[in-house]
Design a binder for this molecule. Structure first.
Ligand SMILES: N[C@@H](CCC(=O)N[C@@H](CS)C(=O)NCC(=O)O)C(=O)O
Length: 213
């Protein structure tokens, strides 16, 4: 498998964790999202993914998969062990992996992603302090709900790692990098710590990637 990734991308981080959990080897094709205005905007990458975002996973038979949650669902179907998604729909709500994963991936992450933040700065002319306040606001709002929904642990949905953990750890990493105070979220911090003690999560950390800076 080939993964188009950027060490700091939280969506790519999710897929790296899933690949590691399932013991699937892959090659990293690094796409720098910042240098020269973003190498993801170059025509050669646009030809791979018209959305010009990472991650992109290319399977051994040449299928080109985009969108981290869809990629992870594909990995779960083709490599069922260990399962990351509940098989029964009721187990998915409200504390199941899918609901918490979507809380993070659909409601928090899009608001603090590279493109919207750049738009706030370059098109809307916002000061960096206002952009930081925006970022903190949406992470904290999401984390306030997530903190209440997390199971007793050690992982977000209880005793097994699920898609919720795969999404939580990169979002916490991102929040720490942007200096969001996490003292009010002891359950989130505890789940993050438990996950990062697992080699699959540790190997997927931004600082452990071949393109880390
Ligand atoms: N919903 C997408 C989000 C992908 C995404 O936005 N990736 C970011 C990095 S975390 C990206 O490539 N951003 C480039 C840009 O916005 O220009 C997914 O889950 O894969």
């Amino acid at each position: 498998m080939k993964l188009y990734s950027f060490f700091r991308s939280s969506a790519a981080y999710r897929v790296r964790i899933a690949l590691n959990l399932k013991g699937i080897g892959y090659d990293t094709a690094s796409v720098h999202l910042v240098n020269d205005g973003g190498h993801n905007k170059l025509p050669e990458f646009r030809a791979v993914n018209p959305q010009m975002r990472v991650p992109v996973l290319v399977t051994p038979r040449g299928d080109v998969l985009i969108q981290s949650l869809a990629i992870i669902e594909y990995l779960d179907e083709t490599h069922p062990e260990p399962p990351l998604l509940p098989k029964d729909a009721v187990a998915g709500a409200p504390r199941g992996g899918r609901a918490l994963a979507e809380l993070i991936a659909c409601d928090i992450h899009p608001l603090n992603n590279t493109s919207p933040l750049r738009y706030l700065k370059n098109t809307m002319g916002q000061e960096q302090s206002a952009i930081d306040a925006w970022y903190h606001h949406w992470v904290i709002t999401g984390f306030e709900a997530l903190e209440q929904l997390i199971a007793p642990g050690p992982y977000a949905c209880g005793g097994e790692v699920t898609l919720a953990d795969v999404c939580l750890v990169p979002q916490v990493n991102n929040a720490r990098r942007l200096k969001v105070p996490l003292e009010r979220f002891p359950k989130i911090v505890s789940v993050d710590r438990a996950c990062l003690a697992l080699p699959a999560f540790d190997r997927a950390r931004p600082e452990n990637q071949p393109d880390a800076e």
